[in-house]
Structures are given as C-alpha cells and as structure tokens.
Design a protein around this ligand. Structure first.
Ligand code: SF4
Length: 328
C-alpha cells in the first residue's frame, strides 16, 4: 500500500502544488490534498492558531487539521526564500514549529527548509533531502524532481495563457489540453486583481470575488498571467528594490496594469493582520493616485468579513467604471 502524504490547500499551494504533487507521486506516494476552504476549516484554524496570526496562516492550520488523520506524512516546508536576494514573509519561517506545538496528534512532518536567497541556493538540494526519506535510489529522486519541474512549467504556461492558477490546477488534474482562456471570453470590462494567491484564488475566503466579477461581465487578470520579467521590470521603478518576493510581484503587476488601456480598474485584496499587505497596498495606491487614471479599490478580508458588504463594494466599483466609460 503506498504511503500517503498530505498537502494543505493553503499558502504556497497556489504557487507550487504542481511541483510538490509530481515529485511525491514520482516517489511512489499517494498525495492527499485537503478540502477546499469551508466554514469548518476556518473555525478549526482560528481555534488552534494564535490570535495575532494573519488569516492565511490561521487557514493553513485549518487545512492541516482537515487531513492530518488521513495521511502518514504531512508536508509543511519551511520556506525562507524562493529566489536570490529575496524572501518570503517571515511568517512562513516559523510555520512548521507553530503547527508542531499547536496541533495535536500530527503524522510525520516533512519540514524541509527551502532557502534560495544565497548565491548557491539550490532547490534540488532541498528536494533531494526529502527524496531520501522515501527512496534510496538517487536516480528515482532526480527523475521525480524533473517531473515536478516539468509540471511547474506546464502550470506557468497555462497561467500565461489566461487561466488563473486555481483553474490551471483544476485543468491539470483533469489533464485537459491547454487552450487560451481569454479567447472564449466576450466580456465587457477587464479588472486586474492584485493580492496573495492564497487569498484571491481561495474562493471561500475571497468570497468568490473572481466569480462575482465575472458575473458582472468583467474579465479578471492577475499577476500570474504575466511574464516574470515584465513584473520585475515594472517593480524596478521603485526607488529601492523590495526584498519580499510576493510584495514585489504585486507591486510590479499593479504598475504594469495601471498603464494598460485594456485594464478598466484595479482591485487590491489584502488580509487583515498582514503587515506586508498594508505596505504594498499603500505603495500601489499612492502610485495609482499619482497617475490619476485608474479606478482603484482596496478590499481587506478577515474571517468576519460579510459577503453582502463585499458585493455592495464590488457593484459600486463596477458601476463607477461603467459611468466613467459612458462619460468619455
Ligand atoms: S504575507 Fe501577510 S498574509 Fe502572507 S503570511 Fe505574511 S503576514 Fe500572512
């Protein structure tokens, strides 16, 4: 019977699942992903996590609790950095320890450290270390990693073709042939949605903002639809380089979108209790206001955000864009 490894559907799941999934499958494991966020997951997360944590970290707890009893291992990497001279939020650093001390009866935790910040940072090394837990065959580990990287490439290609990451993940699960998503849309407006993937692509916690916008005949684009190089070039407009990978991605993509005539408005989604989000939100807002051209809305979400309030604000925002258009 193959051993089972659990992957919580939270935080960097939305960025790296294809790599993790293919890697573990390549090593002969069965991958179990937690359910999509629901009320029970949120409640469990809030109950077990410290109050001061941001909502996405609380949710991560809920997802661990959702699958921990179904698996032999649980994957909670300690992600410090995914690229040179840049870092992921410090909250990710302590995640395995926080989980270990607050969640009872855990399966074996795979808490490998991923740190690419230094010159010789090497992602493969981290995976090779994990691979050794499951196989003595270095070729098998290498092949599993290569399979993972191939899947990551496919995932990125789908995102560039207009899919949003949560849709790409779903399509990849079905193994469907890639098609260009934007081709089949006949939408009226295009809205750029800026925010952490684990907020905007989690339909429960974002209150299904993507589908709500689509129902208002808006096409939704995000940073994940852009080439990394474009994002980096635009983020370089800041007087000082930002060392936070995700913050730079948000700012770079917002700078790109705010000058594109095909974009009708920008929505920034931030989490309550997230320091980096309030900082990036402020920079984005300041630059947008300076150019005075792009309609902008900031939505802060927490576990108590009411759906009715979000709908009202989205509707008002879309109406405002339509009036502006009509007046032009
Ligand atoms: S960036 Fe913000 S939302 Fe993400 S883990 Fe850090 S504090 Fe939480």
């Amino acid at each position: 019977v193959p051993k089972r490894i659990g992957i919580p559907k939270a935080l960097l799941y939305y960025y790296y699942f294809p790599l993790w999934n293919a890697f573990f499958k390549g090593l002969g494991l069965e991958v179990v992903v937690s359910s999509s966020t629901n009320k029970a997951i949120v409640d469990k997360g809030v109950k077990h996590c410290v109050d001061e944590a941001c909502l996405p970290v609380k949710l991560f707890f809920g997802h661990v609790l959702d699958i921990k009893d179904m698996v032999d291992y649980i994957f909670v990497p300690r992600i410090v950095s995914v690229e040179q001279k840049s870092y992921i939020c410090p909250k990710f650093l302590g995640l395995p320890d926080m989980i270990r001390y607050n969640v009872p009866d855990l399966p074996l935790m795979i808490d490998v450290t991923i740190d690419m910040s230094r010159k010789n940072g090497n992602m493969y090394k981290a995976f090779a270390e994990v691979g050794k837990i499951f196989s003595r065959n270095p070729w098998k580990i290498k092949a599993a990693y290569a399979f993972g990287m191939k899947e990551m490439k496919r995932f990125e290609q789908m995102n560039r073709a207009g899919y949003l990451p949560h849709e790409s993940l779903e399509e990849m699960g079905k193994d469907m042939i890639m098609r260009n998503r934007s081709e089949k849309m006949g939408d009226n407006l295009t809205i750029a949605l800026i925010g952490h993937g684990y907020n905007i692509y989690d339909s429960y916690i974002s209150m299904n903002i993507i589908e709500k916008l689509r129902a208002m005949e808006a096409r939704v684009v995000t940073a994940d639809n852009l080439e990394g190089l474009i994002i980096e070039e635009c983020a370089a407009e800041l007087p000082k380089r930002l060392f936070w990978t995700l913050g730079r991605k948000m700012i770079g993509s917002a700078f790109h979108f705010m000058r594109k005539p095909e974009i009708d408005g920008i929505i920034h989604v931030s989490s309550f209790g997230c320091g980096p989000d309030s900082f990036t939100g402020e920079i984005i807002e300041r630059y947008i206001r300076r150019e005075k051209t792009m309609p902008y809305l900031n939505l802060t979400i927490d576990e108590h955000t009411g759906e009715a309030g979000v709908i009202t604000r989205l509707e008002a925002f879309i109406d405002m864009i339509q009036w502006r258009r009509a007046a032009q």
